[in-house]
Ligand binder design. Structure first.
Ligand SMILES: C[S@@+](CC[C@H](N)C(=O)[O-])C[C@H]1O[C@@H](n2cnc3c(N)ncnc32)[C@H](O)[C@@H]1O
Length: 272
């Protein structure tokens, strides 16, 4: 196993935190474990040489590779169902009644392999029923890792990962590819726009504000200060009355944010 010495570890974790918000200062073993084969395969025998290549790569390709290895992309269908229940029974009816131009804007930030945005697209499709074609209801789904985005775009999942998904959804929204795989139907794949986006970017580039942002199980890897800055940016890009939904084990510090607590992990930007 290639070991990372103290100086390289400090430099590397500082780079990851500053550029991606990812706090790995206590994850030395994880870094060594996840990068070992990659370094060996690419002819590196120490971290100093590798980090030099990483920091000096003008194309950004090396950063992409390392991010693919170091991010934790665990996600699954029906994860923290309460949030989706709230989305379909409270958020969608509320915005349907308020929005006058048929333009619903939902963002899945840190979407990983696509389970979360596809569930949102399915619920939205079911909710609007006969009005579905009247509405522009595409889900924006972003992640820092190209690897997970490629998987998400294909929308192919193992049979076992759909065990908790209802038969009705499987019939209506998935095509069976072979014995072991299903693919999300094209109509739903077309309802999700995948983009690579680093949440650490200075200002968010969006022209229009969102009605709902899901950012679940992403900020757990960020330190308090990074998280607070990001929560403020979410606040700024939400419509008044918009919702921010985080992971069930996460919360937003109400002392430093103007979000109003609605239910566990569900927050609302108040109307002025
Ligand atoms: C554990 S997954 C969460 C997936 C999904 N939201 C869920 O709850 O099941 C966290 C995702 O956040 C992404 N991520 C981490 N840091 C990021 C950053 N700075 N910008 C964008 N995405 C990031 C990771 O690549 C990973 O796919």
């Amino acid at each position: 196993m290639i070991k990372i010495d103290d100086r390289d570890f400090k430099e590397f974790t500082g780079f990851l935190k500053q550029n991606f918000g990812i706090n790995m200062t206590k994850k030395r073993t994880l870094i060594e474990g996840r990068l070992n084969n990659y370094l060996l395969r690419n002819g590196y025998s120490d971290y100093s040489t590798y980090l030099k290549t990483l920091f000096e790569d003008p194309t950004g390709a090396e950063v992409n590779n390392v991010i693919n290895y170091l991010t934790t992309n665990y996600s699954f269908f029906m994860r923290e169902w309460d949030h989706f229940e709230f989305y379909k029974s409270a958020i969608l009816p509320e915005w349907k009644a308020k929005i006058t131009n048929y333009d619903l804007r939902v963002w899945s930030a840190g979407c990983s392999t696509g389970e979360e945005p596809y569930m949102l697209a399915i619920l939205t499709d079911e909710f609007f029923e006969s009005q579905r074609t009247m509405w522009d209801k595409k889900i924006l789904a972003t992640d820092i890792s190209e690897k997970v985005l490629a998987q998400a775009r294909r929308g192919v999942y193992d049979v076992s990962s759909l065990e908790k998904v209802s038969k009705k959804w499987i019939t209506n929204y998935f095509d069976r590819l072979d014995k072991n795989h299903y693919q999300v139907k094209e109509a739903i794949r077309n309802e999700v726009i995948y983009r690579r986006f680093n949440l650490m970017e200075g200002a968010f580039p969006f022209k229009k504000k969102f009605h709902v942002i899901f950012c679940r199980n992403v900020m757990i890897y960020f330190d308090m200060e990074t998280k607070q800055r990001l929560v403020q940016k979410y606040y700024d890009v939400l419509e008044n009355g918009g919702y921010l939904i985080v992971g069930q084990s996460e919360s937003i510090d109400r002392a430093t944010s103007r979000f109003v607590y609605v239910a566990p992990a569900i927050y609302k930007k108040p109307h002025k």
